[in-house]
Ligand binder design. Structure first.
Ligand code: SF4
Length: 318
């Protein structure tokens, strides 16, 4: 059945078909924290990008449907080459990951031939394959600290995360000039408004936010860090994509959560809809295919990061 027919099905019908397909095809749904609420509801596991990739390793299934953006599905494939990894929409790409191409990285490496290249997980498989180390927002400072002092470090592609890591570690980083528009466009005016409206709430922000906004935060942390912090706070202003609020409300129904910016919506994350999830499951679409050499090289950069595991960034409070 073509995708257009699925748009006519009710939510209840879609959910019933999704649950049936999951069992019949031995497939699990992994969804990122920024996914639509109805997609989060049918997921077997919710998390950040590395969580999703490592969770795929632990699941006893033939396939996973990754509800997120393309680099996340690629990362799951890199860590699980034997697993069939599907993504419901190939147009769901990450604007931040798209700020650096493999050609641009090669050029930067020529300009800094001695630099250790640290790439944020929000990069293509090709960029990871040409990097020395990978990092996430949860462990970037520790990854940088694992590099011997005195080594030049090229950090790609998020300039805001890179600046924050440089501040946390005291290391000089050569920063790529990329940013995530969802976080970049949160402003100090948003902070002022949110704090006035919710004076008791603590402000937590993602390190992809600008330093001007992050400066006002009680805590700068990854999305998983925000979920953990919600355990000890009664009311939070959440400075990241608004999809995380759905997860927080579900996990802490008695607590209050407010978006720092209600228009902080990642358009490509929201391309994944319930009808596409159902269609993808029933039609085995779209398989993520990567060159085995790229998988091996990218995997090396990710595994070096995982070998540093058990570590996450120290809490970054004002
Ligand atoms: S929120 Fe930003 S970093 Fe995350 S997937 Fe969307 S564009 Fe990429």
């Amino acid at each position: 059945m073509e995708l257009r027919h699925y748009t006519k099905l009710s939510k209840a019908d879609l959910i019933q078909r999704i649950e049936k397909a999951k069992i019949e095809k031995n497939i699990r749904i992994l969804a990122h924290n920024y996914q639509r609420p109805e997609v989060q509801e049918v997921a077997d596991y919710l998390g950040d990008s590395l969580d999703l990739a490592t969770k795929a390793q632990a699941l006893n299934c033939q396939s996973v449907l990754l509800c997120g953006v393309l680099f996340m599905a690629e990362t799951a494939k890199i860590l699980n080459p034997e697993l069939r990894v599907l993504i419901p929409d190939l147009n769901a790409t990450c604007q931040l990951a798209d700020t650096i191409s493999i050609e641009e990285l090669h050029q930067a490496k020529e300009e800094h031939p001695d630099a250790v290249v640290v790439s944020y997980v929000n990069t293509s498989a090709l960029v990871k394959a040409a990097s020395d180390l990978c990092c996430t927002s949860a462990n970037a400072a520790h990854v940088v600290n694992s590099i011997p002092p005195g080594r030049e470090i090229l950090f790609v592609p998020d300039r805001n995360l890179g600046k924050w890591v440089a501040d946390c570690t005291g290391r000089h980083l050569i920063l790529w000039n990329g940013f995530c528009y969802v976080h970049e466009y949160m402003t100090e005016a948003d902070v002022e408004t949110a704090k006035t409206e919710h004076p008791q709430a603590k402000l937590v922000v993602h390190p992809e936010c600008t330093p001007r906004v992050a400066h006002h935060a009680h805590l700068i942390t990854s999305t998983n860090g925000m979920v953990h912090f919600a355990n000890e706070a009664e009311e939070l202003i959440v400075g990241t994509e608004i999809g995380l609020i759905e997860r927080l409300k579900r996990e802490y129904p008695l607590k209050k959560f407010h978006p720092l910016c209600a228009s902080a919506i990642c358009a490509t994350m929201k391309l994944i809809t319930l009808d596409k999830v159902c269609w993808a499951l029933e039609n085995d679409q779209y398989p993520v295919e990567l060159n085995p050499e790229v998988i091996a090289m990218a995997r090396s950069a990710i595994e070096k990061m995982i070998a540093l595991r058990g570590i996450t960034n120290p809490p970054s409070k004002r």
